[in-house]
Ligand binder design. Sequence first.
Ligand code: 5GP
Length: 234
Amino acid sequence: MSGILYIISAPSGSGKSTLVNELRRIVPHLEFSISYTTRNKRGSERDGMEYYFISRPEFEKMIGEDEFLEHAEVFGNYYGTAKRFLREAEARGNDLLLDIDVQGAAQVKSRMKNAVGILVLPPSRQVLEKRLRNRSISEGSVSDEVIERRLHGARKEIENYPQYDYILVNDRLEDSVDLLESIVLSERVKRSGKVLTPEEIRMIGTAEQCLQTTENTSSKLKEILASFTPATTG
Ligand code: 5GP
């Protein structure tokens, strides 16, 4: 194991949490970095499980002591990745997965060129809107204003696609889990320097379908971005 750093980002409602949970279940030697945040706990969240919940002064103290690999303000709250997670995962011979926003991803990529950036996207604005609505119905409150704000935020995040190595369009969950697993495992085998088996070569081929630079991906990206552009009338 080589201490690979994977960054995964997605607009809210793209199904990232489910994908990340599945990935953690099936891929060995992959640790998950628990971020620090100043936002309030939600529902069943517990300190030290989903996040470390701390106050703004505590967060600012950590910034002052240079404890963060990256940090950002998202929806009015601080979020940050502690450097110690990276050191600890490396010492155990494991890879590390960061679930962070586009601002954090940019900071990590500029410091660590070898990090693998993965952007998860919904197939279209319409699908994202439906998922956001269903989620807010199940949470008991539908606010058109919140949904509009998230959709607007999504467009902005998607526009940051050039900083990611892989683009994963989350259409069918099972397919997306398989693709994400291929991306993670293929980066491992490519960096191991060993002779590749036919199965590993096939897996790299599967992962490469999601490379940001391929024709296939750029045409999908164009379609997705177009679905976020309001139709002009008149
Ligand atoms: P939520 O509050 O819904 O759990 O997360 C809101 C956003 O913050 C998500 O896009 C998530 O990826 C991002 N986020 C979570 N932890 C971090 C972090 O440590 N750093 C950065 N930059 N973003 C984070």
